[in-house]
Write a protein that binds this ligand. Sequence first.
Ligand SMILES: C[S@@+](CC[C@H](N)C(=O)[O-])C[C@H]1O[C@@H](n2cnc3c(N)ncnc32)[C@H](O)[C@@H]1O
Length: 292
Amino acid sequence: MRVLDLFSGIGNFSLGLERAGGFRTVGFCEIEPFARRVLEKHWPDVPCSHDVLQREFTPGEADVVCGGFPCQDVSQAGGGAGLAGSRSGLWWELLRAIRVVRPLYALVENVAALLDRGMGTVVGDLAEIGYDAQWHCIPASSVGAEHHRDRVWIVSHPDEEHGETRVGILPYDEGTLQQAHHRNRASVWLASTLPPPRVADGSTAWLDRRERTEVLGNSVVPQIPEIIGRAIMQQVYIHGEADMKAIIRWPGGEKVIEGAELGDPRVKEELDRLAELRVQDVTLEFQSEFLV
Ligand SMILES: C[S@@+](CC[C@H](N)C(=O)[O-])C[C@H]1O[C@@H](n2cnc3c(N)ncnc32)[C@H](O)[C@@H]1O
């Protein structure tokens, strides 16, 4: 599914969705130069618009629109202006994108304080443009992070009149999180986090460190969009809206397995066969053909 990632920061929303499989980011929008450089490094071929206020949207340009709009005015630490503030008021730009693009899923993230400062407006705005919403607070600590970082996650999709209501997509249940927790045990988490900011002389290094800390502080933990992405893909297959194929490649060979699912035994069998033959440099890719 094609993803349009707004207020992209360093792209952790996209990172999580792409890790889930079946998602491919086709556009970013980020105003901060440092974050733009990080996006450019990891997604050199994906266009990144600058200011969302200047971004024109096209109907159908993406299947998923996602964004963690700025939280400063909503946050407990901010001045409390809520959505009336100039930064968190950029919510209406995300809404404009959803209204024009009309994606199958709109994913919105913000600080948990949104529940007291604007949630009714956000959900009401979505309803007005024909989108239902499900939401849950999911702390980063529930997926193994060493910090709490409670955030509200909204999964929105066209309502019954404008599409189909998908009940229960938000996979926040004990079972899912147990699994996620298992996969992301603290030791694994710590081993996988970025090295500490570089320390060197001079103000450039200090700026670099400050900028790194800032973008990391703003970013989502990719483990959560990854869980949501997996749940979405399950729904997409349940609704018969996508065909997925697995492509296994090795130097001089390729095998395509049509109609493959995540964890498909045919894929495992082929990988085992190649391993037995000691074939090196084997890659596995899942490709989805979206049918709607
Ligand atoms: C809460 S952060 C989102 C972080 C992102 N989800 C991530 O995982 O890294 C909000 C982002 O919106 C960006 N932003 C603020 N105003 C913007 C504008 N007018 N146009 C585009 N991006 C903007 C900020 O620079 C910031 O990176």
